[in-house]
Design a protein around this ligand. Structure first.
Ligand code: TRP
Length: 450
């Protein structure tokens, strides 16, 4: 069966994986706090020097291995095949991310469904509403999480072309159109100019060593690196795809959507004197929901459009987290796709429920790991430890272990000989591993850069 992406399908699917909740609540906040477009330039620079290099490394493994993560590593390793194949099990990181990501998708579903009819009128109500959802009565959270999980697994069960590609081909453009409409509408408010200034006016004096590390961490997270997602999608890449231009397009789409989301979010924050320094759930679920309510009827429409956009962004990312494991079970373990989906569903469902119960007041004490709620512990484990580890393994594997000839034959047609040498000998072998090492030390709190 030839279940491969088309070229545009591949770009949209990978962009769909990259564009996610990170663009809505990590990107805008960091940009705003670190000197606006000065930070965007820094982010782009680091993206091209580090993340992009790993990204292409991951595509290389997928494209040359043409199999699931475990088997791709096994096929490409010149020796110690069994040992290297274990690196493919980093696909479990993606499942761990999915477990808490899908809980957030449940919250978004709840907000999408109710924002049309009711929005909290003030910050206290809004905080109480959010708390009720996550810590007082988790039944709604569990129902919404279950619905979103079923939707994601249903899509993945239909395979690459009929499931993942088909979904991304309509969902990504819809997300984009919704976002364009919201940006245009925001532009009619006074807060828009302030928002644009906050995000775009470069202030290089706001950059410090901390910003560099923030930009690196962000560049890593928003490109979905190090968890075999990109590898798995690349294994279904159509022949003769220009890997370089496709990757550049994906990076640019990702940044553009982050900027657009930021423009919308901060327009309303400034318009109604919200606090631009917040991030994460406080920003989206608590503040923004109140601000939209101040706009009356149109605010309800806007809130609905906003949460729907987030939901689309999250779904296209979530399915890319489960596909690697499903693909592995199908390809290497001879499961049918349906059975593989059921197996992975059960695994992530149990963890997701543990995340929900870890926040629920009555059960929270039973779902604690190392002093943190289950949800936070999974987030910490994946983004601070497993994702950088995955990135490091990729650069070492492509830079030092697999035969250079194959990598050269794959990439030099698109990069030229000189471009390849810079990419391979400088960026892949030296700059990227060092950069990951530094992020990891800092993220783990082993070193602190002022
Ligand atoms: N890039 C996604 C976002 O910005 C999140 C993400 C992190 C991800 N790691 C991933 C998505 C791995 C898919 C696979 O929200």
């Amino acid at each position: 069966m030839n279940d491969k992406f088309t070229r545009i399908g591949f770009i949209l699917a990978v962009a769909g994986s990259a564009v996610g909740l990170g663009n809505a609540w990590k990107f805008p906040t960091l940009v705003g706090q670190n000197g606006g477009s000065a930070f965007i330039l820094l982010y782009l620079l680091l993206t091209f020097l580090v993340s992009f290099v790993i990204f292409i490394g991951e595509i290389t493994i997928g494209r040359l291995g043409e199999s699931d993560p475990v088997d791709s590593y096994r096929r490409l390793a010149p020796s110690n095949k069994e040992l290297w194949s274990k690196a493919g099990f980093l696909m479990i990181t993606a499942l761990l991310i999915y477990s808490f990501y899908s809980v957030v998708m449940g919250w978004i579903l709840k907000y999408t469904a109710t924002s049309i009819f009711s929005l909290p009128q003030n910050l206290d109500d809004s905080g109480a509403m959010f708390n009720a959802l996550i810590s007082n009565s988790p039944l709604v959270a569990i129902i919404c999480f279950t619905i979103m999980s079923l939707v994601c697994f249903l899509i993945v069960s239909k395979g690459i072309k009929n499931g993942i590609e088909r979904l991304n081909i309509w969902m990504m453009p819809s997300l984009f159109i919704l976002l364009v409409l919201m940006v245009l509408y925001s532009a009619s408010f006074d807060g828009f100019a302030q928002s644009a200034k906050f995000l775009l006016l470069p202030d290089f004096s706001a950059l410090n060593s901390q910003s560099v590390l923030d930009a690196l961490g962000l560049a890593f997270f928003t490109l979905s690196l190090g968890v075999t997602t990109i590898l798995t999608y690349a294994a279904s890449l159509p022949d003769r795809t220009n890997i370089l231009t496709s990757s550049i397009n994906i990076v640019l789409i990702n940044v553009m959507i982050g900027v657009m989301m930021g423009l919308v979010v901060f327009t309303f924050i400034f318009e109604f004197n919200g606090d631009p320094a917040q991030s994460g759930p406080g920003l989206i679920f608590v503040s923004l929901a109140v601000l939209f309510s101040k706009l009356g009827f149109i605010g309800h429409i806007l809130a609905f459009a906003f949460f729907l956009t987030l939901l689309f962004a999250a779904i296209t990312s979530a399915i890319s987290m489960i596909e690697p494991a499903v693909y592995y079970l199908v390809k290497s373990r001879a499961f049918s796709r349906a059975k593989a989906c059921v197996a992975v569903f059960v695994f992530t469902y149990v963890l997701g429920i543990a995340c929900i119960l870890g926040y629920y007041g009555a059960t929270s004490e039973y779902f604690v790991i190392a002093g943190q709620p289950f949800f936070d512990a999974l987030d910490y484990l994946t983004s601070k430890i497993l994702m950088p580890l995955g990135g490091l393994i990729i650069v070492i594997f492509v830079g030092y272990v697999i035969k250079k000839d194959g990598v050269y034959a794959l990439l030099s047609p698109y990069m030229g000989d000189f471009g390849f040498k810079i990419w391979y000998f400088v960026l892949l072998r030296v700059v990227s591993p060092l950069a990951i090492f530094v992020i990891a030390l800092r993220e783990l709190g082993i070193v602190n850069f002022g």
